[in-house]
Design a protein around this ligand. Structure first.
Ligand code: ZN
Ligand code: ZN
Length: 261
């Protein structure tokens, strides 16, 4: 069984001491591909360097809404240049809106989000969108900006079934992380409402470790716990979830196929 972890941050310093061991553990746990995402210009470069060292790791470059305040216009140009020139960068991300934390004036977030969406469109790359306390604002913004189709994924999905419908209608994928395994997770109906053909798996490591590892550092090897929970909610086999989500990730990010995948 092969799984794809479509959302990690392997550049974080919490992996500095044992990054290679973390990556080897993922391989041993059946993780066939990992997408590691930058959150600003510097980390987008770091993430590419990591991806270049391992054949099954791919990178995304972008500016996270929490970093929008600090981003300079040359950072956007550099990210565009990086994504244009390195085939290991398979997506623009992590981008989006976050009104949960105090990230400065919303205008900065909207401006950077718009610029990143336009870069993705110009380069014909999928987007990885972060939404925290901002799902309706993202829907409104995409409509206002005229995005009637969008290639990408809503990561660690926070919306309800109607929100899920909105993004599915745009042609997007939806991914869930380890928080769906928590006892207080109350949105199983949302997970169920997303067809397997549009689901991706993610760990969002080092964050959101699945039960019973809550509170610890998370890593890509744990992605199977998310798949197991999805299989339970959808009442299908773990193998069916693995096969479909791996196929989805390979399609969306145009990952090279490997034998047996
Ligand atoms: Zn995120
Ligand atoms: Zn993330």
């Amino acid at each position: 069984m092969i799984f794809v972890d479509s959302h990690t941050h392997l550049h974080f310093d919490s992996f500095d001491a044992d990054r290679d061991a973390v990556i080897q553990r993922a391989r041993q746990a059946g993780v066939g591909a990992i997408l590691t995402l930058g959150t600003d210009w510097a980390s987008s470069r770091c993430t590419l360097e990591i991806a270049q060292r391992y054949d099954f790791i791919f990178a995304a470059a972008g500016i996270h809404p929490s970093e929008a305040q600090r981003a300079r216009s040359e950072d956007l140009r550099r990210i565009q240049h990086l994504a244009q020139n390195h085939p290991k960068i398979v997506a623009i991300g992590e981008i989006g809106l976050d009104f949960y934390r105090n990230n400065g004036p919303p205008e900065n977030q909207y401006r950077v989000f718009r610029d990143m969406l336009l870069i993705a469109r110009e380069l014909d790359l999928p987007v990885v969108i972060h939404s925290r306390a901002a799902i309706r604002e993202i829907e409104w913004f995409l409509q206002e900006e005229g995005f009637t189709r969008l290639k990408g994924v809503m990561h660690c999905f926070e919306g309800d079934t109607l929100d899920a419908r909105f993004f599915l209608d745009l042609g997007m994928y939806i991914s869930f992380a380890g928080n769906i395994t928590y006892k207080d997770f109350s949105r199983s109906q949302v997970v169920k409402s997303v067809p397997l053909e549009r689901l991706l798996l993610e760990t969002d490591s080092p964050f959101l470790p699945p039960e019973p590892y809550r509170g610890q550092r998370n890593e890509p090897a744990q992605v199977k716990a998310v798949a197991r929970k999805i299989a339970e909610i959808h009442r299908v086999s773990l193998d069916a979830v693995a096969q479909m989500t791996t196929h989805n990730a390979r399609t969306l990010f145009r990952l090279p196929g490997q034998e047996g995948i």
